[in-house]
Design a protein. Structure first.
Lengths: 562, 66
């Protein structure tokens, strides 16, 4: 078994990742300019790849005129991010999301249930304003069909493993087919990266490597690709931790809470009243995490969702949303455990930590057109730092990236990738297949992920972070001992390398931000208070292209331009 | 742990293997039946069940979850 390099590919626009943002980007590029040659790749399939592979029960976040305002959305994200999210980005999400809702409806991709008065059913999940519209439909196959009709080229089971840049401009990507083992260089005038966040990070309480809250097929390869290409990443120190159904990776939280569910401890107390009397269950996630961990540490666990006070109609709506629209296997799970969600308490644990631009602020630093620091390289969806934007920001930023790239395309030319870098990437992929013996990728993954929760969960200490940094060095050396038996395991080697890269980013950013912010989102024992010097500043992680080492620095969050 | 297949109902179309987002499922070409090649990579998303045209595929939870 050997990886064979085949002929180079070329496209005007290469979109990497066929989950939520990617298909929207590819479609919008074709709508703007049908003559463009658009190639969309996914390591799974465009029909079923990504975090919403089975569906999604709400369009979050959408600003429906008459229900909420653009300003409310900007204020809500500002509150959740404690000032560390670009308000100009929030404005774009708020202004453009409703038009996308209408398009999805018009195209027949999704439906949006309405109440008796004919209004969209929009619920409140954020501290301020209501931004979650009930959504139904088998979105992914419907989008895949539209892409085929519009002439977008699609390569399934094709993983991008590295981006290539030349002189600060993106030049293309290394593509690896996980089933055939074919390696190809794809040159492109512009690239939109939509690979998702880091779902395969902290080891879940169940001990099952793939039992994660966020999609485990998103293993941070996008963050690693942006980093190695010379882009900047923000908020890597932010721990994205969500309440998670015990033993089942969700969904639940946003659905239960937006319909009025409670978080309760083992004494039946609605404990969020102690930690966030104003926002209760809708408190920013780091505040909620600190509350849950405190309740558990002080012996008032387990903690639960309590939906018993909700009307039978509301419970039915929740069941319909989760069981029919988003994740039918959750129905099987509750049946297996003998839980009736309207009548029984639902035990939960805490996820992650993970990294995600949808559930948190983490990701490639982008401007209002989704542009990164690398010229002609865009990022959208969970891989981009678009501030708690969920699918709304993924669709909006997929759109703005595509429209910007398509608009600029006549003036763009191919950059020439460095042949040595392409050869190095091919050698990196071939190496684990060439080893006669060694660790399994799964063993290596466990070894790396088992240290994440103890070293990165708040409160974080300097000593633990430094120890994690030493462990990272060891992990990199150990990767030379990992053997792949087939192409699927080569994919896993690339993923484990990305997990190690993102772990280093999280640790270095955590060391850099010498203050505490976002509750347990980033709480440093040695620096337990907020520091005014870090107000409105990102901790940025980037690669020093001269030395190849990882650097961190503070960078101002852009001022609101109105 | 991936997919469980009702051999009576399965028509061997391979859609479960084509669409499994985790690349867990592959087809046994000789027997024309899907099998779990990488069972520990399953997110129990249920795409296999969803894509099966004959109702032969049933998603099975991994050992650590049940």
């Amino acid at each position: 078994m050997r990886i064979v390099r085949k002929e180079d590919l070329a496209a005007d626009l290469l979109v990497i990742g066929g989950g939520t943002a990617g298909p929207m980007a590819a479609l919008k590029a074709k709508m703007k300019n049908p003559a463009l040659d658009v190639l969309l790749v996914d390591k799974a399939t465009v029909r079923r790849g990504g975090s919403i592979c089975r569906g999604m029960d709400a369009f979050n976040n959408v600003t429906v005129p008459g229900v909420a305002t653009v300003q409310q959305y900007i204020d809500s994200i500002d509150l959740m991010s404690d000032g560390i999210a670009d308000p100009n980005i929030s404005k774009v999400v708020a202004e453009k999301s409703f038009a996308i809702l209408r398009e999805l409806e018009e195209w027949g991709v999704a439906t949006f249930p309405r109440d008796a008065d004919g209004n969209y059913m929009v619920q409140k999940f954020h501290p301020k304003g209501a931004f979650l519209a009930e959504m139904r439909g088998d979105i992914k196959p419907a989008m895949a069909k539209l892409l085929a009709e519009r002439g977008v080229r699609v390569l399934n089971r094709t993983m991008a493993t590295r981006l290539f840049a030349a002189g600060g401009r993106v030049a293309g990507a290394a593509l690896f087919n996980i089933r055939s083992g074919v390696f190809q260089l794809c040159r492109a005038k512009a690239v939109i990266l939509c690979t998702g966040g880091q779902g395969r990070f902290g080891l879940p309480d169940s001990g099952y490597l793939f039992g994660t809250f966020d999609c485990p097929f998103n293993a941070g390869e996008g963050y690693a690709m942006v980093y190695h290409a010379g882009g900047e990443l923000a908020n890597m120190e932010y721990n994205d931790v969500s309440p998670m159904l015990k033993d089942y990776e969700g969904p639940g939280h946003s659905t239960f809470i937006r319909h009025g569910g409670y978080l309760v401890n083992s004494l039946g107390e609605r404990f969020m009243a102690k930690y966030s009397p104003e926002f209760l269950e809708r408190a920013p996630s780091g505040i909620r995490e600190r509350a849950m961990r405190t309740e558990l540490r002080e012996g008032r666990g387990p903690i639960y969702y309590d939906l018993r006070h909700l009307s039978p109609e509301t419970v039915e709506l929740i069941k319909e949303g989760i069981f029919a629209a988003e994740r039918p296997t959750e129905k099987d799970f509750f049946a297996l455990k003998g839980i009736d969600i309207g009548k029984d308490l639902i035990e939960l644990t805490l996820s992650g930590p993970n990294m995600c631009g949808g559930h948190g602020p983490t990701g490639a630093l982008v401007g209002v057109n989704a542009e990164t620091r690398v010229e002609n390289l865009y990022a959208a969806g969970d891989v981009a730092s678009t501030g708690w934007g969920f699918v709304g920001a993924a669709w909006v930023f997929g759109t703005v990236a595509a429209e910007d790239a398509a608009g600029r395309m006549p003036a763009l030319a191919f950059a020439a990738p460095d042949n040595r870098e392409v050869a190095q990437e091919l050698a990196r992929l071939r190496a684990p297949l060439g080893r006669e013996d060694g660790f399994d990728p799964e063993e290596m993954e466990y070894k790396v992920r088992r240290i994440i929760k103890p070293h990165l969960t708040s409160p974080k200490s300097e000593a633990r972070l430094q120890a994690a940094l030493r462990a990272v060095e060891g992990f990199r050396a150990d990767m030379d001992k990992v053997r792949a038996r087939d192409y699927h395991e080569v994919m896993k080697c690339v993923e484990v390398a990305a997990i190690i890269d993102t772990l280093e980013m999280a640790v270095r950013a955590s060391l850099a931000r010498k203050e505490s912010r976002w509750g347990y989102g980033h709480y440093r024992i040695e620096h337990p208070e907020k520091d005014a010097a870090w107000a409105k500043k990102y901790a940025v992680v980037a690669k020093d292209m001269a030395t190849g080492g990882m650097v961190t620095y503070a960078k101002p969050v852009p001022e609101y331009r109105g | 742990m991936g997919i469980k297949v009702d051999k009576e109902k399965c028509v061997g179309c391979g859609r479960c293997a084509d669409e499994c987002p985790g690349d867990v499922i592959r087809m046994d070409r000789r027997r024309k039946l899907p099998y779990n090649k990488y069972k520990n990579d399953c997110w129990y998303c249920g795409v296999c069940e969803q894509e099966c045209p004959t109702g032969a595929a049933k998603m099975e939870f991994p050992c650590l979850i049940v």
